[in-house]
Design a binder for this molecule. Structure first.
Ligand SMILES: [Mg+2]
Length: 317
């Protein structure tokens, strides 16, 4: 899941299942049982499975216990150590005689067992159950990162993404731009147009920003009441600030009780951070918040922008 584009309710693509077994005949039997309903991939050794997981993320793994070289238990441990794959549910496939190891498998984190010889209806039922559980879990995780009103990333999602982006940018030696945006005189908007209209206004601003900033590294989040936060690549921060202001004003949402404009407008604080030091996102956000304050102080419907290393603050309208 990329964190910039979150959505729920999309029609689900076919679930992906990875079957790992050293004996092709077992792979054949399992894939016969699951044919048609799922996207299936195969590996005939633990090492091959781990290699595949670097570029392919399944929803479920069926893992043979007895394999030469790396057995099922070792392979499971390796799966859990593979970034991205650590949470993929694993069902062990094992012969009755190996059942003594059942406890060990569960202790290691397998979600279930399937006993050989394979019964197709049992395989299908177990697979269906665990895929359903995983879908529900994924959905919960995603909705925990979404803002309920606007359906864009929420503050928790933003905070997580910011730490991640900061570290990434630091490693790559690139910069990032942070923006905080406040809708001007939103209290007056609510007072005069009602809370329903206020909610609608927030949704429209959120969607417009989310649709305007869609590059992989862009993130738009609802940060609080009428406050939004953006993480953007640090290229031309002045142009980005201008664009944010324009996206909001071009919605032309009437706001006759604002001293800043005739329509809904925003104040923005923006700062581009280069050569990132130790992770100090809290301080970075505080600095951007101070710039947002400057934008409001100097009349709203504008952006106060500062480039790292410069004391000068540009006001962009
Ligand atoms: Mg085997």
């Amino acid at each position: 899941m990329t964190d910039s584009k979150l959505s729920i309710g999309d029609s689900a693509p076919r679930a992906r299942i990875l079957i790992v077994d050293d004996e092709p005949v077992n792979i054949h039997v399992l894939s016969e049982a699951l044919q048609g309903a799922y996207e299936l991939r195969f590996a005939t050794s633990g090492a091959q499975a781990i290699k595949l997981l670097e570029s392919y993320l399944p929803d479920l793994i069926l893992l043979d216990v007895v394999m030469p070289e790396s057995d099922g238990f070792q392979t499971l441990a390796a799966i859990q150590g593979t970034p991205g794959a650590a949470d993929v549910p694993v069902i062990f496939v094992t012969a009755m005689s190996e059942m003594a190891d059942e406890e060990k498998g569960f202790a290691l984190g397998a979600v279930d067992y399937i006993i050989k010889p394979i019964s197709a209806p049992i395989v299908r039922a177990r697979v269906r159950t665990h895929l359903q559980l995983k879908r529900q879990r994924d959905l919960l995780e995603r909705s925990a990162l979404l803002d309920g009103l606007t359906n864009i990333a929420n503050r928790r999602s933003f905070d997580q993404a910011l730490s991640r982006r900061w570290r990434f940018a630091q490693r790559q030696g690139i910069g990032i731009t942070l923006l905080l945006l406040d809708i001007d005189h939103f209290k007056q908007y609510n007072d005069h147009y009602g809370h329903g209209a206020g909610d609608d206004c927030l949704r429209r601003v959120a969607q417009a920003l989310d649709q305007a900033f869609t590059r992989g590294e862009d993130l738009v989040a609802r940060y609080g009441g009428e406050e939004f936060a953006l993480i953007l690549a640090a290229d031309d921060s002045a142009r980005q600030a201008e664009r944010v202001l324009r996206v909001v004003s071009e919605l032309q949402i009437e706001h006759l009780h604002s001293s800043a404009a005739q329509h809904v407008s925003a104040s923005v604080g923006a700062k581009s951070f280069q050569q990132l030091g130790e992770l100090d996102t809290e301080r970075a956000l505080r600095e951007v918040d101070e710039l947002l304050y400057r934008a409001k102080q100097s009349g709203r419907n504008r952006c106060a922008l500062q480039k790292q290393g410069f004391t000068e603050i540009e006001i962009i309208r």
